[in-house]
Design a protein around this ligand. Structure first.
Ligand SMILES: NC(=O)c1ccc[n+]([C@@H]2O[C@H](COP(=O)([O-])OP(=O)(O)OC[C@H]3O[C@@H](n4cnc5c(N)ncnc54)[C@H](OP(=O)(O)O)[C@@H]3O)[C@@H](O)[C@H]2O)c1
Length: 304
């Protein structure tokens, strides 16, 4: 099969179109013919040297495609079913990938296939931060930083679906977008005073915070009230840890939580914004775009 491979660590130019062996599904796994793969900052991090497995490897942690062949009775997916999932950190920039059945789900009718590829990692990470880590519920107020990014734009919509009100941060050119997602208040995080502005609108400091980008970690701590809980999937040094409770976490690949989002997509309560789409042979450009740091999501798709 054709695949994008990384044979040595480096910049985007190390991504190469190659021939690779088609993966063979193991116990509990399903073979998927990939139609699109999501591209995110984690892909660039692994390509630059963060990958600890063997070289060469096939990048890509999220896919949309169709089930290829008999998935077995336990998996319960029919041949040809449109599915999307998060099989692990790698393997999706290829014509075929294998995925544990419980790490994937049918693509909701309300989601185009290439857009669906941009959902699993950030959609699950946003949902888990808000529900499993912060435990937000109806009438809570939550601060979401970097709300215009891939992670943040899902977080705003999910918080609204769950009935919370959202104070968000973003650069000014994204304010209209973030309001449209459902944030009640959007604050300009390019202004040094943004944490004070958050404190003003939250009655002295946010109590529940989801921090979605490394440059907002320090400001998030300043914007948080005493004893606040700050969830983040960004791993770094966490400031002010005596005064606020940091809850670092990693997004988990749970198909059941993709299924939970299906009615939200179908009912128009949630959507994915894909910043750019590339054919798979242009993966180099997709990675360059991701590293510009201003994107929602990019998706690489098979030429059809
Ligand atoms: N551990 C996990 O399981 C996990 C899972 C998913 C994501 N993540 C991490 O979460 C982070 C966000 O991912 P993503 O896909 O949302 O990235 P992204 O789409 O590139 O978005 C990043 C956002 O950061 C904001 N930003 C960039 N520079 C900034 C600055 N100097 N000050 C304030 N904000 C700034 C941008 O907002 P504006 O353009 O509005 O300024 C942008 O929307 C990444 O570090 C990613 O690796 C971790």
């Amino acid at each position: 099969m054709r695949a994008i491979t990384v044979g040595k660590f480096g910049g985007p130019e190390v991504l190469q179109v190659s021939e690779a062996a088609r993966p063979v599904p193991g116990p509990g796994e399903v073979l998927v013919r990939v139609l699109a793969a999501g591209v995110g900052p984690w892909d660039a991090y692994l390509r630059g040297g963060g990958w600890t497995g063997a070289l060469p490897y096939v990048p890509g942690g999220e896919f949309a495609g169709v089930v290829d062949g008999d998935s077995g009775d336990d998996a319960g997916f029919d041949d040809g079913t449109p599915v999307y999932g998060y099989p692990g950190l790698t393997g999706c920039y290829a014509q075929y990938v294998t995925c544990q059945a419980e790490q994937m789900a049918p693509i909701p009718a309300g989601l185009p296939v290439t857009d669906a590829a941009g959902v699993p990692i950030n959609g699950l990470t946003a949902q888990q931060g808000l529900t499993d880590v912060l435990g937000i519920s109806r009438s809570d107020q939550v601060l979401i930083t970097a709300a215009a990014g891939g992670l943040g734009h899902f977080a705003v919509q999910i918080a609204r679906v769950l009935g919370a009100s959202v104070v968000a941060t973003a650069s000014p050119q994204h304010h209209e977008f973030v309001h449209h997602l459902g944030a009640a208040v959007v604050i300009d995080h390019t202004q040094p005073s943004w944490p004070d502005q958050v404190r003003d609108v939250t009655g002295g400091g946010a109590r529940l915070v989801l921090t979605c980008a490394a440059p907002t970690l320090v400001g998030a701590a300043r914007a948080a009230g005493d004893g606040a809980t700050i969830a983040t999937p960004v791993h770094a040094d966490y400031p002010d840890a005596q005064r606020v409770s940091w809850r670092p976490y990693n997004g988990q690949p749970r198909g059941s939580q993709l299924i939970r989002m299906a009615p939200w997509f179908d009912d128009g309560l949630m959507s994915v914004t894909v910043e750019a789409r590339y054919y798979y042979e242009n993966a180099v450009q997709a990675h360059r775009r991701v590293e510009e740091g201003q994107i929602g999501r990019a998706s690489c798709r098979e030429r059809v």
